[in-house]
Design a binder for this molecule. Structure first.
Ligand code: PLP
Length: 452
């Protein structure tokens, strides 16, 4: 039977799933997997499928839905903008776009001033790096191994995680450094550790690369996808100092960690370190319409007033996206969303510390706000991970069993490389945190069963 695809056609669940399977290419997957779940609705921290089964979204989808699903004020702001003006090209002044840029200048740290709007995080990082190259007249970029910066050619070349391999040969000019991953320090964590301190390791790399050829250092102040890694006190400042010494620009990718996720408006606010370029997306508008922003320092803003910006997108500053961004920032202020992230984060932290007493597979708990990771091990003393790095097939089974069991119990989690990521919407309630902890208590027994 041929399906008629019109907006008014009513399809059954099976028909939707079959068209999805036949015609939609899904990210990061073989296209021969089982039927994807059909999601029929969502509200707040929950979504549900066509069978009516409800899931607590402890992932905020792709760690973007900070305000949860279907926030009525956010939906209304998009509708209001759609009624008024859906689109006008980026060369014109437009109300929501101008207001959002002005708001970002007001709330971002330090002297960050002008913003270029993009359609998401990868496009933000592409443009940040391009701009850094133009402003400095230099080509090399230093990026870290345990990073994810997006899936376009340039952003994937900056990315250290193994998803990069399929995109190689990469865009040239990227030099890599290690991360301040104290739990598994690549330098063995001598005291003092040059890698985990940041500056000494960067300085060493720069001596081999010629610091005056390096345009920028790009890093996630708190590493998201690749491990929920929080730097120690002084790390970001020591990187900032080395950048300043050689005239290198510092780019913070806060696509995942920004807008309250870590319990401060921006992750870098925890340490009071200001980048030259801040890249944001996801939580900027909770992903209701694709949006990202590249916000630059006063001195880069001055440079841009005298030099051409060689970058552009048809949808740069899309009015629907900007209207949702502006509304989202207002909602965050009005509803005390960052304070709630801190409060519920404390509850989550306390609950996880309790679970640590009874689940031997918990090697380390890392987090602040509602940006947590549980690193799972088969032996606490040797810290041997539950699954080998970048495990596939049977080797990845312990983690995939745990995530699947959580889903069966109505808890939507994500995990890779032995790290379970706990990143619920910032509007989550205390009862919902307790509900998730109850399910975690149950499914962590799967990880415990591999303990040696
Ligand atoms: N940077 C970071 C830190 C991210 O976590 C992501 C996505 O997860 C990106 C960039 C890419 O963003 P997008 O998928 O919107 O291009």
């Amino acid at each position: 039977m041929t399906l008629v695809a019109t907006t008014s056609a009513v399809w059954s669940g099976d028909e939707i799933r079959s068209a999805d399977r036949e015609y939609v290419i899904h990210s990061w997957s073989k296209q021969s997997g089982p039927n994807a779940k059909l999601i029929s609705g969502a509200k707040g921290s929950w979504f549900w499928d066509s069978e009516g089964k409800r899931y607590l979204d402890f992932q905020s989808q792709l760690v973007n839905m900070n305000l949860g699903h279907q926030h009525p004020r956010l939906v209304a702001a998009i509708k209001e903008q759609a009624d008024r003006l859906c689109y006008v090209g980026p060369g014109f002044a437009e109300s929501s776009r101008a207001k959002l840029a002005a708001k970002l200048a007001q709330i971002t740290p330090g002297d960050l001033t002008m913003s270029f709007f993009t359609t998401g995080g990868a496009a933000g990082n592409e443009n940040a790096v391009r701009l850094a190259r133009h402003v400095t007249g230099r080509q090399k970029i230093v990026a870290r191994y345990r990073s994810y910066h997006g899936a376009t050619a340039g952003a994937m070349s900056l990315t250290g995680d193994p998803r990069r391999w399929a995109a190689e040969p990469a865009v040239p000019g990227v030099v890599r450094m290690f991360d301040p991953y104290t739990y598994r320090c690549p330098a063995g964590h001598p005291d003092p550790c040059p890698v985990c301190t940041g500056g000494p390791h960067l300085e060493e790399i720069l001596q081999y690369e010629n610091p005056y050829e390096v345009a920028a250092v790009i890093l996630e102040p708190v590493t998201g996808t690749n491990g929920l890694i929080y730097p120690g006190e002084g790390y970001l400042q020591s990187i900032r100092d080395v950048c300043d010494k050689y005239g290198i620009l510092l780019i913070f990718d806060e696509v995942m960690a920004g807008f309250g996720r870590t319990g401060e408006l921006f992750a870098c606010d925890h340490w009071g370190v200001v980048p030259d370029i801040l890249v944001t997306a996801k939580g900027l508008n909770s992903g209701y319409v694709p949006l990202g922003a590249v916000t630059v320092s006063a001195s880069i803003s001055d440079w841009l007033r005298n030099n051409k910006f060689w970058g552009g997108l048809t949808y740069a500053g899309h009015p629907l996206a900007c209207a949702s961004g502006l509304a989202s920032l207002e909602i965050m202020e009005d509803e005390g969303v960052v304070a709630n992230a801190r409060l519920q984060g404390e509850r989550l932290d306390a609950g996880l510390r309790r679970l640590e007493q009874t689940h031997s597979s918990i090697g380390e708990i890392r987090g602040r706000g509602l940006f947590y990771g549980l690193e799972l091990v088969v032996d606490r003393r040797s810290r041997r991970p539950l699954t080998p790095f970048n495990a596939v097939g049977d080797a990845a089974l312990p983690m995939s069993r745990l995530v699947k069991a959580a889903m069966e119990r109505g808890l939507f989690l994500s995990a890779n490389n032995s790290i379970v990521r706990l990143t619920p919407p910032l509007v989550i309630t205390a009862d919902e945190i307790d509900h998730a902890l109850g399910i975690l208590d149950d499914v962590l027994t799967i990880a415990d069963s591999y303990y040696e």
